[in-house]
Ligand binder design. Structure first.
Ligand SMILES: Nc1ncnc2c1ncn2[C@@H]1O[C@H](COP(=O)(O)OP(=O)(O)O)[C@@H](O)[C@H]1O
Ligand SMILES: [Mg+2]
Length: 275
């Protein structure tokens, strides 16, 4: 596995090895209809870590992710992604965005969809030889269990396979930061479970800095180094919980007492935030 990782990832010199969110505030609407989506959000994320935003609908998870991606601007506060502004990081293709439902091009085969980010990224990827790109795509498709579907069109795939292809595209993109907004929420429980582990394997291999959003406490604990528990009205961070469970994580971990204790801690933190 290690030799593959060495071909897929490239060391990026960084001004800073953190994503920093400092005092971020975001309102929607105006006057009496002003709604505070994010209130005084502070967060520091280490390069290569897996962080999950966890909280009820409407607590600002998507808004925070969109601000990190430079798709929306905050009203006040600062954001730095390894020393870059969100806009600069997006412009330089340092951010991959994985949406809730796979946004694959229906007329392209899975492989071509995965490669799309490379085509779009051609400028940023001048150094990558075609052979090397082929190798990367193949590695990612294999790891994501898509080897036999590389030549299929999205319409020929199940929802789970489409979302796998969407994740594969995110990994092929090559960006050091991956922002994932509830990527598994539309999937059935079995598919979701399988995909969690595939995501973990890919992350373990490529060590991207991931910010992931979910409503599921057990999903948050299984995947993350840290779970950011958010509450709503106004959307804010209630507590940040370290998940110091060993990696790589396997299904048997989910049956352990330590795992259940951590899930309970996350759930309790959410409830405290409500009361
Ligand atoms: N573009 C927008 N205009 C007005 N209100 C918005 C907009 N985007 C989000 N909101 C509101 O901000 C709050 C947080 O939304 P969102 O970040 O999508 O929450 P989450 O992803 O946690 O469910 C919600 O109450 C939502 O209705
Ligand atoms: Mg959302």
């Amino acid at each position: 596995m290690t030799h593959i990782a060495a071909t897929v990832t490239e060391p990026h010199p960084r001004a800073d090895s953190r994503i920093i969110v400092r005092g971020v505030h975001k309102n929607f609407g105006s006057g009496r209809d002003t709604f505070t989506a994010l209130h005084d959000v502070d967060l520091e994320i280490q390069e290569g870590s897996f962080t999950t935003l966890f909280g009820p609908s409407g607590c600002g998870k998507t808004t925070l992710l969109r601000i990190l991606a430079g798709l929306q601007t905050q009203d006040s506060g600062e954001i730095s992604l390894f020393g870059q502004t969100p806009r600069a990081a997006t412009r330089e293709k340092n951010i991959a965005w994985i949406p809730q439902s796979s946004a694959l091009l229906p007329w392209r085969e899975v492989r071509a969809n995965a490669l799309l980010s490379k085509v779009v990224n051609r400028r940023a990827d001048r150094r990558a030889s075609p052979k090397r790109v082929d190798q990367e795509v193949e590695t990612v498709l294999n790891e994501m269990g898509l080897r036999d579907f590389a030549r299929s069109r999205p319409s020929q795939l199940s929802g789970g396979m489409r979302q796998r292809a969407s994740l594969a595209r995110g990994f092929v993109h090559g960006a050091p930061v991956m922002l994932m907004d509830e990527p598994f929420s539309a999937l059935d429980e079995f598919t979701r479970e399988a995909l969690r582990y595939q995501l973990l394997d890919m992350w373990q291999l490529l060590r991207k800095t991931v910010v992931f959003v979910t409503h599921s406490a057990s999903e948050a604990v299984l995947l993350s180094d840290r779970v950011v528990v958010m509450t709503s009205r106004p959307g804010r961070i209630h507590r940040i919980i370290d998940v110091d469970l060993p990696r790589p994580r396997h299904a048997r971990l989910e049956r352990s007492i330590e795992f259940h204790e951590k899930v309970t801690e996350v759930r309790n933190a959410l409830q405290e935030g409500w009361s």
